[in-house]
Design a protein around this ligand. Structure first.
Ligand code: SAM
Ligand code: SF4
Length: 447
């Protein structure tokens, strides 16, 4: 049978990137090879994101382009999966008449069956049931050949219901993956040459609270820390309210656990944090930061902030800037609040105007640029262990890698060193990366 071509376009978070890899692996068994060229595809899947309206708009405009392609190639089938598909369901066909398939976040494991039925019957399909179990959770990660680092999903869904967020509605309730299965996967990845794993979930530090054979997140970290060949462990995302003293203690105790945490604060104002349903105050957040820095001096701390949540006044925004000045984040992802259908915040009054949101974001990003550069500059003169991930994009004689604190470093080095950890003395700092000189040729044993 002649093989067909599959083109997947992924929008949004790392969870979607993982899901797309799983879709490709599943459909390989149904006769589809992936292609990087949409023009060659027999099936196009858009794995969508709905976290902010901007993400949704990008997807609608992309679908318009594929509509034109379908007019030239009538046998082409187009499907949408992921969060926006879960949210819109059948209604997606009204917006995008060229679509053949809409499938939700809990239907990925059924993709071969769904695509098979579409091919056989030729009728549009909608598959958006949310199930009690996320079956695709058990499908292993599919890192690209030669990769040094990969993500491993450890849990899915979210029970936190932050007032602005659609994730609990579109990804369903929290479910943790059994620990034995995760360890088995990490062992196989290490045998294939993976040196760094990032444990992935909407709220990783509530790992183990819901799901079979699950233990605490710190048990999982400790066990993965013992897998031979795994030099580095990271995790994302953790919720400040669930960051336990036991987990803080793991920094420094579990040798491969990197000195970096992404800990989204969202706002520095207690009034706004309360309205967001975040479950902590600014002071509690600062106490966690102090505990992290005590347990692990020099730890990199990155965060997410939303500006312009309903009711946010100048004083609330000032409180966010004050918190940023106190913490001095290594990096920050910042967003204008985007109203999402069905969330608690969508029903709140006192919306902030688009102009004010834009201006607050600009001020906040300018401040963060100062902090990021300041933190990057503090690395100059230090020697850092760098895991080399690949050739540098800009300089052919250079390679690129990351420090344990998650900073990108470019330096002169042979391509044969890719996958190895070497010591690099940092000589220059830029807004988004560092440059350095390798201290000694060959691999460094970093722990
Ligand atoms: N579970 C993670 C957490 O709690 O931080 C990540 C969730 S989300 C994929 C990533 C970030 O998007 C959030 O931390 C938040 O800052 C932002 N976000 C979520 N909903 C948003 C909205 N309606 N408007 C603007 N930003 C939003
Ligand atoms: Fe959304 Fe809050 Fe859950 Fe993160 S913790 S996914 S922001 S509801």
């Amino acid at each position: 049978m002649e093989r067909k071509k599959l083109y997947i376009q992924t929008f949004g978070c790392q969870m979607n990137v993982q899901d797309s890899e799983k879709m490709a692996a599943l459909l390989e068994g149904s006769g589809y090879d992936t292609t990087d060229d949409a023009d060659l595809a027999d099936l196009i899947i858009l794995n969508t994101c709905s976290i902010r309206e901007k993400a949704a708009q990008k997807i609608y405009s992309q679908l318009g382009r594929y509509h034109a392609l379908k007019e030239q190639k009538p046998h082409l089938r187009i499907g949408v999966g992921g969060c926006l598909a879960q949210q819109w369901g059948e209604r997606f066909f009204r917006r995008a008449p060229e679509l053949d398939l809409v499938f939700g976040t809990h239907q990925i494991h059924r993709l071969p069956e769904i695509v098979g039925a579409l091919e056989k019957e030729g009728e549009r399909r909608v598959e958006t049931d949310l199930c009690d179990r996320v079956h695709s959770l058990t499908i292993p990660a599919q890192p690209t050949a030669g990769a040094v680092s990969t993500f491993v999903t450890i849990m899915q869904g979210c029970d936190n219901f932050c007032a602005y967020c659609v994730v609990p509605y579109l990804r369903g309730r929290e479910e943790s993956r059994p620990m034995t299965e995760i360890i088995g996967e990490v062992e196989k990845l290490a045998e294939r040459g993976i040196r760094e794993v990032t444990l992935l979930g909407q709220n990783v530090n509530s790992y183990g609270q819901k799901g079979s054979d699950c233990r605490d997140f710190t048990d999982l970290l400790t066990a993965i820390g013992g897998v031979s060949g795994i030099e580095r462990i990271r995790f994302t995302t953790s919720h400040p309210k669930d960051l336990s003293p036991r987990l803080i203690d793991c920094f420094g105790k579990v040798a491969p656990l990197c000195e970096h945490i992404h800990l989204p604060v969202q706002s520095g104002s207690d009034r706004i944090l309360n309205a967001m349903n975040r479950g902590y105050t600014a002071e509690m957040y600062l106490e966690k930061v102090a505990a992290l820095r005590h347990a692990c001096p020099g730890i990199s701390i990155t965060s997410d902030v939303i500006v312009g949540f309903p009711g946010e006044e100048d004083a609330d925004f000032e409180a966010t800037l004050a918190l940023m000045r106190e913490v001095r984040f290594d990096n920050l992802f910042s967003f204008q609040y985007s109203e999402r259908e069905g969330t608690a915040a969508a029903a709140m009054n006192r919306k902030v105007s688009a102009g004010v949101k834009r201006e607050r974001l600009r001020i906040l990003q300018d401040l963060q640029a100062v902090h990021t550069l300041e933190r990057n500059r503090s690395s100059i003169g230090r020697t850092e262990a760098v895991l080399i991930e690949g050739p540098s994009k800009k300089e052919s004689r250079e390679v690129t890698g990351r420090t344990r604190g998650n900073r990108i470093v470019n330096f002169e080095g042979e391509k044969g060193l890719i996958g190895k950890t070497v010591f690099v003395r940092i000589t220059e700092a830029f807004p988004h990366s560092l440059r350095g000189e390798m201290e000694a040729k060959g691999a460094a044993d970093v722990h």
